[in-house]
Each structure stands twice: as structure tokens, then as C-alpha cells.
Design a binder for this molecule. Sequence first.
Ligand code: UVW
Length: 339
Amino acid sequence: MTTPDARWRHRPDGSTWGDFGADDELGRLNLITPAKVVEAAAEVREGLSFCLSLPLDMPNGRRGERFAPRLFPTGEDCCNMSRPLGLRFPGATGVTCDDAVELCLQYSTQWDGFSHFGRAFDADGDGVDEVVYYNGWRAGEHIVPVGRPGVASGAHRLGIQTYAEKAIQTRGVMLDLDRHFGPDRKRIGFGELSEALTAQAVTVEPGDILCLHSGIGRAIVESGGGADLSVMRHLGAELDGSDPRLLQWITDSGVAAIAADNFAVEWFQKITDPSEPRPLLPLHEHCLFKLGVPLGELWWLSDLAAALAARGRTRFMLTAPPLRLPRAVGSPVTPVATI
Ligand code: UVW
């Protein structure tokens, strides 16, 4: 398959590139149709809403290059009674506060955009790999690094604002891996996934968002924001992206997005021999690069998982747009589940 402008001539095996249009930036979010939203709304029976975000200063400490939010007042701080509103607007009562924040967009509860994860691939068929992203959008041209003269850096294509403009709202489906397998760290391949889906009578249909409860979120919250990341990394279930049958299940299920309460949805693979390059995060590659399936990380799912289990339910209405922040590659999200 070739796009009309020949942005790419070859697409990765098993990818959806071109299937949703030559210039598509939404991937499988396209499967969230008006009919799907109506199905989602049918899951609202009691009118109970659940916040699926951690406090954004959790998990705690530094995560690689990502640091916790730094909040500061934009001007005078709000306790300064010497700057009443009446100084600017004579006669007005009250004082005002404004805050600014230095925020790593992928520190806490987040969506990964498709511009978050690309790879070297010979999309134009010239025999040389170039770095490309979902649907063949190119590094350097569409996803622009800092320091390119005269061009704003960031994702001119595949920016996270496209998810916000889609106004992500669909049926959520909970798979409670913590309830089925317990809290210890475990790789979830196709076999384990099938076992848990069957045990909990969970059915995933095209356009659904699958939410995976591993229990890591609960451990983070129970630590009161003092989560020891070296301990956390030994907890909870994570998908095993090295299992081709699991990746095929994701393809076949039609799932629109996958979100989890763990750090990366998937298990980090070990690269033992750097002379034989292979994916560190094969599920990221499969979902973000090939299929256009957004990944949500560090969501707060424990309250919702408990409420659904108590009712013998697995489905809910999920509303989860990110910030409408042009050109960003990821974003915090405050998802809301309604049952
Ligand atoms: C990486 O760490 C590469 O990404 P993520 O936060 O999506 O797991």
C-alpha cells in the first residue's frame, strides 16, 4: 500500500497505516463512533462517577528525566492581602490567585501520544531506514526536534491535541489482573490474558478501551506519595509485548486504546546483546507505532475495579480527553468512569 503523496511506500507488517486515511492521526480511536458512544452511555445505571487519575504529584521522586510537578504562583502569591483586586479594578473586593506549573506531561496519570514512540524503518523504500511514527509521519519533518531554526519544535502531526479534539468517550472494560493473579509482578502473555478474561467474563469489542488493574496504583497511593520506585517495580501484572499471540489479540480485538495503573502497561524487555537490536517496548511499538492504539499509564483504577467487582460488572462509560495542548507528545489526563 502507498499513500497518495508517497510519504511512505511500505508499511510495517501488521500495521493499520493508511487504513483510516492517508493523513490519519487518530488510529484506532476512529473506531469510537457515535453508535459506540451510545453503547457506552447504556453502561450508566446508577450515576456513580469515579476519578481515574492519581494525584499528579504521584508516584513520587524522579522517574528518569521526568520530575514531579513544580507549582508556583505567577505573580504575588495568593495570601498577599496587599494586592486586593480593588487595586487593579477600583472598588472591587476580593483577592485573586494564579498558578503556573512546570509539568512533565508523562510523569503521572497520562496518555501517550502516537508521536511519543517511533522507530527506524524504511518506509520510503529507498533501502535506508528513517525514523517514522504511526501512519508514516516523519521525524524531523512532522515531529520536529528542539533547535530547528524557524520551526516550532514538537509534534506538528500526531500531537496529543488530536485525542482531545476526538473528545475521547467510549465504553471502558475492566480486567482486574490484581484480583485474578494477586499483587506480585507477573508477565501477562496471551495465555494469562485469556485465562483472566474468561475467569472474569470480560468481553472486549471494537472501539472499547481496555483498562488493566494491576494493583500498582493502590501501592503508590498507600505509600502516601512516598512510593519507593525500586519496590514498585517488583509489583503488579504487566503485558508481555514479546508474546506475538498477545500482540495478535490486540490487533484482532479492535480495542481502541489500552490503559493500566502500572508504569508502562508492558514489561520492559531485557536487551542482552546490543549487537542484535530488538524492541525494548514491543507493545509500545505494536500499539503506538503500528496500530494507532493509545496507551494510558499510571491511571488510578483500584476504586473503580472494586466497585465493578462488587456489582458483578466489567463495563462502564469512560470519558478521558487529554489536555488540548498543541504539538505535545503526551498529556496528563483525568479520566472519569461512570457506572
Ligand atoms: C517510556 O518510558 C519510553 O515510555 P512510557 O512512559 O510510555 O512507558
